[in-house]
Design a protein. Sequence first.
Length: 208
Amino acid sequence: MTPLMASTWGKTGRGEVEVAKVLIANGAKVNAGDVYGKTALMEVAASGNLEFVELLLTSGADVNAEFRPSLRTPAPPSHLSFPGTALQGAATNGRVEIMKELMTRGANVNATNQLGQTALMFACQYDCPPGGPCTRRKEMVSMLLAAGADVNAKDYAGKTALRGFVGGGTGEEKQEIKRLLREAGATEPPQGSPNAGPDEATPKTKRR
């Protein structure tokens, strides 16, 4: 792990921006990743530090860098289900404003992780924290669809955003997400096909 990567955590777990500024001013490589290819931008996009995200992007961070650990890499199995880009990490954690910033900077909404999963899939399975109404999932899904996200993209198991990733949330909110996907052209698998099961079939992706 590089010093810049370490600064993305800091005392709060959301990063030490001032430390990062000093490191970058002294030549820290903003696109250097850890042994698995995860970059500083991916970390802060997931943790929710917009100021840190803006600093890294302004300093030349690759908005479309990919986290693709090799199956031969001695990584824990859970690494293989992590988001593969900064945008996917933001979607997994409900970071709407960071998603907007990344997309403004050219983030590829249809990029996939090692399992073929997209930001739209991660956004569809986001569960709002308990304690009140939450519109973040609808905002993320609407934003990605408006930006051209492929509503019928399939992951390694043949699951789409509609069939495999719309889990959690209230019944009303869940139906609203399904409606958005269908209005965008999401197709239903034929009856009796392997992918015609419940929307919640895909295990939830780990955050961060």
